[in-house]
Design a protein around this ligand. Structure first.
Ligand SMILES: [Zn+2]
Length: 419
């Protein structure tokens, strides 16, 4: 511990480079019109190469694992090469037409932490690893957390036989990337080797901005249910079937959608969304016979989420019964909420206080790699304020000062965690 001075802060150089690198990384895209980096693409290869260069310049050894995560390692102060690591990072893939900060900011804040320690010749009692996850957004193969789940050993084999929109099988995409599905198990990390996982991410919501705060501490990552609902009525002529004799699947869907909205209103941390709907036959002069729509329901508390899912399912059944509509509900996905580690949250809160900032603790409505990493290690997250809460959009925006604050609070949190 003697090698760990009090009041460590970011070096000016490391702080300055965060935004420069955000811009540089944003130039690696499959299109010149918009930002997009998909899993196992040539852009994925390019961003990994660039990240590895930055990691090496910050005094780290680098490697790429079998799923395509890029990892830099900065050894602990006892010069042992097998000390457990505090892992810091986020993801390097993006959605289509993405913003520049989602994922990338977390990797660059992590990098700035190690770079600052390296420039001040400080080593910690734990090794530090910076990771750029290969796939968090799941755009190419409709997957969840391919990068972090390869690390935790919870990689879903379902994805192996999936094809992307160009018909390329996952196994072939990985081969083209230079890896092999048979080696995926080599990416798994032992829980004993990772002491903690800390992630900085843009908030992707408007709360920090509304409170006038640059950085907040995440309490938990919301649990989620995704359902696919199909309603079957009877198609008919829009001019000839009287209103009281109709089995209009779209009118029933409208009632169901309103129900989702009302059931999910007026409770903190609870949200419900119908984001996609298909109506058939889909002609202006035909009563709709078939509707398919999705429901995405999330809550910080699992009891609340399960209770509201029950209310939605029962309520939709009643609506459909009254309207003589047949209903089918497929539960596509369910994930429990994941709590952030209490001790890491304390370390983050004291980091904020020591930097003279107010402490705000807030839940995450969006999923993150940290949720997957919680399977094998204790984890914590910091949110950085973004303009208007806008995300997954080119208008995504974070100020330079806030990005630097995120990295500085991350550094102070890591130091607190080492005490
Ligand atoms: Zn993200």
């Amino acid at each position: 511990m003697s090698l760990m001075p009090e009041n460590l802060t970011l070096t000016t150089g490391a702080a300055e480079r965060i935004m420069q690198r955000i811009q540089e990384a944003a130039s690696i895209s499959e299109s010149t019109q918009y930002l997009s980096r998909r899993f196992a693409s040539s852009e994925h290869q390019q961003i990994n190469t660039l990240a590895a260069q930055w990691m090496k310049a910050a005094g780290m050894h680098t490697r790429e694992d079998a799923i395509g995560n890029v990892i830099g390692r900065y050894e602990a102060n006892d010069s042992q090469t097998n000390a457990p690591a505090i892992m810091l990072g986020s993801h390097l893939d993006t959605v289509i037409n993405a913003g520049r900060y989602d994922g990338m900011l977390g990797v660059l804040c992590a990098l700035a932490v190690v770079e600052s320690l390296n420039e001040q010749e400080v080593r910690l009692p734990y090794a530090l690893e910076v990771i750029g996850f290969a796939d968090e957004e799941g755009v190419r193969y409709q997957s969840t957390y391919l990068g972090s789940r390869a690390i935790t050993g919870h990689f879903s084999k379902d994805v192996l036989n999936r094809r992307d929109e160009d018909g390329i099988l996952f196994v072939d995409a990985l081969k083209q990337f230079g890896s092999n599905v048979d080696n995926l198990a080599s990416a798994i990390r032992k829980p004993a080797d990772i002491y903690a996982y800390l992630e900085v991410h843009i908030e992707q919501g408007p709360v920090l901005e509304a409170k006038g705060l640059p950085v907040g501490v995440v309490s938990s990552i919301a649990g989620a249910n995704r359902m696919s609902v199909s309603l079957t009525g009877l198609a008919g002529h829009a001019g000839t079937v009287p209103m009281n004799l109709r089995q209009d699947a779209l009118a029933a869907a409208a009632e169901c959608i309103s129900l989702v909205e009302s059931v999910c209103s007026n409770h903190d941390g609870l949200v419900g969304t119908v984001g996609r709907i298909k109506a058939k036959p889909g002609a202006s002069n035909v009563i709709t016979g078939d509707v398919e729509f999705t429901i995405d329901l999330r809550a910080a508390q699992d009891e609340v989420r399960r209770d509201r899912v029950g209310q939605v399912v029962e309520g939709m059944a009643a609506i459909c019964k009254r309207r003589s509509i047949e209903i089918g509900i497929e539960h596509v996905h369910e994930a429990s909420s994941v709590s952030c580690d209490a001790h890491i949250m304390q370390c983050m809160q004291s980091a904020l206080r020591s930097a003279g900032m107010d402490v705000l603790v807030l839940p995450s409505g969006a999923g993150h790699d940290a949720a997957a990493m919680a399977e094998i290690t204790k984890m914590g997250m910091l949110f950085v304020r973004c303009a208007g809460g806008v995300s997954h959009h080119p208008d995504e925006s974070v100020t330079k000062e806030d990005a630097i604050a995120g990295a500085d609070i991350l550094l102070k949190s890591v130091v607190n965690l080492c005490r």
